[in-house]
Write a protein that binds this ligand. Structure first.
Ligand SMILES: *Cc1c(COP(=O)(O)O)cnc(C)c1O
Length: 219
């Protein structure tokens, strides 16, 4: 079933890219594996997806050695006291949402001589999300974080408010793209989940983060 679901997702990605003259090769499917078993994750990897996302460091720590080689990425809120462990697991942290967190990542990265790639999480909708930088603060935040030598900003991430109608997510994705275009056009955009990834691709997503559409029936 996972294999079939992934095949369907791939076809949907190809279709939306074809309709919008987007190179499907630029889209990375990140499979979000929170709450899923190692057996399920191995099935994902065997179907050709080796970018895997987790929400919690502890859960990732229990799984990642059993699923290797793979690119593990952190998509959930990261607490400062988990940073050290996170750096040993993740090649990209999508969810940097404060300067102090970036500073802690830098501090720990210096110790192990790692350049840690990160995305900045942006709160594109004022009311719904708890975490993320305010869009109007972003330029200043970037300047601060760029001073940290062992942290490298690779792009921006957002989570649109959940709705049944994917079109309602479009303005939030468009906002993230506009911010990116202004700050650094070469940065990546991590946006789009099971319910809205096609709209996210239309608005310029580079990384789509998918869970239910891969693991569950009839999503
Ligand atoms: C769980 C999760 C996803 C995947 O969500 P689905 O709706 O299952 O596709 C994507 N991004 C983040 C940050 C998540 O926590």
């Amino acid at each position: 079933m996972i294999k079939e679901n992934i095949e369907k997702v791939r076809q949907r990605v190809f279709a939306v890219c074809a309709r919008n003259k987007i190179d499907p090769g630029k889209i990375t499917i990140l499979c979000v594996t929170k709450g899923r078993s190692v057996g399920q994750i191995l099935e994902v990897v065997n179907s050709g997806i080796d970018h895997l996302g987790e929400n919690r460091v502890q859960e990732a720590a229990e799984k990642y050695k059993l699923v290797t080689p793979a690119h593990w990425q952190m998509v959930g809120h990261l607490q400062s006291n988990k940073v050290r462990d996170a750096l040993g697991i993740f090649d990209l942290i999508h969810s940097v949402d404060s300067v102090s967190l970036a500073q802690e990542i830098n501090k720990q990265a210096v110790k192990i001589n790692k350049i840690q790639d990160i995305l900045l999480e942006v709160k594109t909708s004022p009311e719904v999300r708890k975490f993320g930088f305010k869009p109007q603060a972003l330029a200043e935040v970037c300047e601060e974080i760029m001073k940290f030598q062992n942290v490298k900003i690779k792009g921006l991430m957002t989570i649109a408010p959940f709705t049944d109608n994917a079109q309602e997510a479009r303005p939030y994705f468009a906002k993230l793209k506009a911010l990116r275009d202004k700050l650094n056009p070469s940065w990546l955009l991590s946006m789009g989940m099971s319910s809205d990834f096609e709209v996210a691709i239309e608005e310029g997503a580079d990384i789509i983060r998918l869970g239910r559409v891969i693991f569950d029936d009839n999503v």
